[in-house]
Write a protein that binds this ligand. Structure first.
Ligand SMILES: N[C@@H]1[C@@H](O)[C@H](O)[C@@H](COP(=O)(O)O)O[C@@H]1O
Length: 259
């Protein structure tokens, strides 16, 4: 696992966005795995700016998002479909039909989850997966105790995740209790993974992910088993890492270097 620490949050965000842009420039046909959440808003803003400046195109790419709330139709104001349209898809040049999310309003959510997993397999798996980090260590909506081999399926959200995401809803009780999410096994099949986390409230999860045992109690710790995982943190999110000085020595200023 490559651990890159930028004291400054904006530099961490820019680094993650720039890795995506660089990947699309070198391999335009990449199958992207995309994430939602507050963390990603600034990443998508930077990608939109780069697109407008002619520095990145999504015209040959396609994407699969990590997750969607069960029960929310694509046009629901709080659906991840809507989030993705507003934050990225409406502003860049993905071809029509190239951006996929699970349908939260599917009549049979379990069948929808299985079909989504199959669609990812049919696309040849994710080439570049972008991830955020839940305060409880979740990736996608793989909550603590998720199987480390899990595939796309329905998960029950924890109270802490529903509380964390209540800010996106008018009424906290409207936060759905279930979600369709790519599994940890699905994510681990991606060719390359980049996880971005910033802020003090991610520091415990970041420490467990990087330095804790590989455990279903911290789903993100499964990334320790991935061959090409990069974690980008700001200083606050990195504040509880025991080996922080070592990571800074290997990758000074968050820059990438051969180890
Ligand atoms: N399902 C999403 C995740 O994909 C996201 O990475 C994480 C962190 O969210 P935020 O960036 O808002 O802190 O939790 C959400 O619930």
């Amino acid at each position: 696992m490559k651990v890159l620490i930028h004291e400054d949050r904006a530099e961490a965000v820019n680094h993650a966005a720039d890795l995506i842009a660089a990947r699309l420039r070198s391999r335009p046909e990449t199958v992207l795995g995309l994430a939602t959440g507050g963390t990603m808003e600034a990443v998508y803003t930077r990608l939109i700016d780069a697109h407008r400046a002619g520095r990145v195109s999504f015209a040959d790419a396609r994407s699969f998002n990590l997750d969607e709330y069960v029960g929310l139709a694509p046009d629901h104001a709080c659906s991840y479909w809507r989030y993705m349209r507003e934050q990225l898809f409406d502003h860049v040049d993905f071809p029509v039909g190239a951006t996929m999310l699970p349908r939260g309003d599917a009549p049979d959510p379990e069948a929808e989850a299985a079909a989504y997993e199959q669609a990812i397999l049919d696309a040849g798996d994710i080439g570049f997966q972008l991830l955020g980090l839940g305060k409880n260590g979740h990736i996608g909506f793989n909550e603590p105790t998720s199987s480390l081999c899990s595939l796309t399926r329905i998960k029950t959200l924890t109270r802490s995740t529903r509380d964390a995401n209540a800010r996106f809803f008018d009424d906290p009780e409207q936060v759905p209790r279930l979600a369709i999410t790519m599994g940890i096994g699905t994510i681990l099949r991606a060719g390359e993974v980049v996880l971005l986390a910033y802020g003090d409230d991610k520091a415990d999860a970041a420490a467990a992910m990087i330095e804790g045992p590989v455990s279903a109690v911290c789903p993100a710790s499964a990334l320790q088993m991935h061959r090409k995982a990069t974690v980008i943190l700001d200083g606050a999110a990195a504040s509880r890492l025991k080996l922080r000085d070592y990571y800074a020595e290997v990758h000074p200023g968050g820059r990438e270097r051969a180890i």
